[in-house]
Design a protein around this ligand. Structure first.
Ligand code: BG6
Length: 486
């Protein structure tokens, strides 16, 4: 048995973005509207509940559909990556990125989702992006669906609750996997697939006021995504056996608030609900505890013959996940007070500090997650999102001294290294929003994650010029020394 000394030689260092938060150009070159284009900017009262933050109802959708410009809808203008990708990729190359995670904007390829032919201009755009990355030897890591399904599939079919959407997704996946088979090796089928249960519009195009049993519709949508993911995985392997195809989970580790057996059990249950997604996508079957839950909640999952076999036979090559924060479980939440978190709120952990949005900062939790998931599944893990959302100040001399971000990243990477020393197989690390982008949950520009600053405010004013923050040189050094000098 050899002893691991630190980050492996070919560790995939890089950064990540999503099309809907970065590209902008929401109606350029034949692109259709996406679910993300429906989310308006509004001043927040608090940051506790993502559902409130997204604010999407039948009524708000109607309003958004009638609103033809990008003004007031930040994800429609993003940071104009669509026109500035060359400049941005040059900066990623300067950072030394080995990998860059991005998503393909599904309605750029199939504007209505059910079109007979793909939109050539959309396909060409990603050819250009992948070629640009190749110029610098940066490997693309492509998410097929990251909160940006064609809005027409929501309006006409009811989103992922409708089985027909599986076919549209598979056609889309086949189109892009074929087109980019020699340019892209790493694929993720769905971003944070568990969002479909937590915020079903963002994750699955499910509008709450259109369903009597919203929970049932959400689980049905999730089942369709599992099936679609397996089909795309199967197809991908036929298209190019060299592909490496992964799932993607927002890992939300829950700690018991106390050592009371009830709290400990509650934490176990909350972790089971989070890990049910990787259970299906890695082990190939639904975990047994769900049967009782479905029965008690009137959830009648409709499966087609062959679904179970498909899930069993087409599991993923690796698990990718996002990790920002940890959560706390208890049977007596009223005792503790609530704080915000990734996708939903949680009770406060007195041992942790919180960022301005309430997310609890817990680097050790990342080590725990890596070890626990590797113990459970024993396949390679890839951290494809991690980072600190913070407000940055541009000093009079133009510098941005984001020591808090350096601290956050250093503390988390130190724990990644510890997990690797503990024997966990970690493929890579792509920090979230290597360049500042629009926030997924709040649509703010001022919630920044990047080591590259983008001059734009919450209302969309600014030059869009890019500047290197202090963390830029720090991350560059970390990559150059393969994590030796942090
Ligand atoms: C993840 C999403 O949940 O968290 C990203 O995959 C998102 O799209 C990231 O941007 C950070 O969340 P937020 O809401 O701070 O942008």
């Amino acid at each position: 048995m050899s002893t691991v000394k630190g980050f492996p030689e070919h560790f995939l260092w890089g950064g990540a973005i999503a099309a809907n938060q970065a590209e902008g150009a929401f109606d350029a070159d034949g692109k259709g509207l996406s679910t993300a284009d429906m989310v308006p900017y509004f001043e927040k009262k608090d940051y506790v509940n993502l559902k409130e933050l997204m604010h999407v109802t039948s009524e708000s959708i109607e309003k958004a559909m009638a609103h033809k410009s990008a003004a007031g809808y930040p994800k429609r203008y993003g940071i104009d990556f669509y026109h500035r990708y060359k400049e941005d990729i040059a900066l990623f190359a300067e950072l030394g990125f080995k990998v860059f995670r991005l998503s393909i904007n599904w309605p750029r390829i199939f504007p209505n989702g059910d079109d007979a032919q793909p939109n050539e201009a959309g396909l060409q755009f990603y050819d250009n992006v992948f070629d640009e990355l190749r110029k610098y030897n940066i490997e693309p890591l492509v998410t097929l669906s990251h909160y940006e399904m064609p809005m027409a599939l929501v309006l006409k079919y009811g989103g992922w609750a409708n089985r027909k959407v599986v076919d549209f997704y598979v056609k889309y996946a086949e189109t892009v996997m074929n087109r980019y088979k020699d340019k892209v090796k790493y694929w993720l089928t769905f971003n944070e697939i568990n969002t479909t249960l937590i915020e079903p519009f963002t994750g699955g195009g499910i509008v709450e006021d259109r369903y009597d049993n919203f929970l049932e519709a959400s689980y049905q949508a999730l089942h369709h995504q599992f099936v679609a993911s397996s089909m795309a995985t199967k197809l991908g392997r036929e298209i190019n056996p060299e592909f490496r195809i992964g799932c993607m989970l927002a890992r939300m580790i829950h700690y018991p608030a106390t050592s009371s057996p009830d709290d400990v059990h509650q934490a176990l249950v909350d972790n089971q609900f989070n890990l049910l997604h990787t259970d299906v996508q890695v082990r190939g079957e639904y975990p047994p505890f769900l049967a009782r839950y479905f029965e008690e909640n009137g959830i009648h999952l409709i499966k087609e013959p062959g679904d179970d076999q498909l899930l069993r036979e087409n599991t993923v090559d690796f698990i990718s996940f996002s990790y920002y924060t940890s959560l706390v479980s208890t049977v007596t939440p009223e005792k503790y007070g609530v704080t915000g978190g990734n996708l939903y709120s949680t009770v406060k952990n007195p041992h942790l500090e919180r960022n301005e949005w309430g997310w609890q900062l817990d680097p050790v939790g990342l080590r725990t997650v890596l070890k626990e998931m590797y113990d459970r599944y024993r396949i390679p893990l890839f951290i494809v999102e991690n980072g600190l959302g913070a407000r940055d100040t541009v000093e009079a001399d133009g510098s941005i001294n984001d020591d808090y971000r350096i601290d956050y990243l250093r503390q988390h990477l130190t724990q990644v290294k510890e997990a690797i020393l503990d024997g966990v197989d970690v493929m890579g690390y792509t920090m979230w929003g290597a360049i500042d982008i629009i926030s997924a949950s709040t649509s703010e520009m001022s919630k920044r994650y990047g080591v590259i600053y983008v001059d734009q405010d919450d209302q969309g004013n600014g030059t869009l010029n890019r500047y290197r923050k202090k963390s830029f040189a720090w991350y560059q050094k970390v990559i150059r020394t393969n994590g030796e000098d942090m």
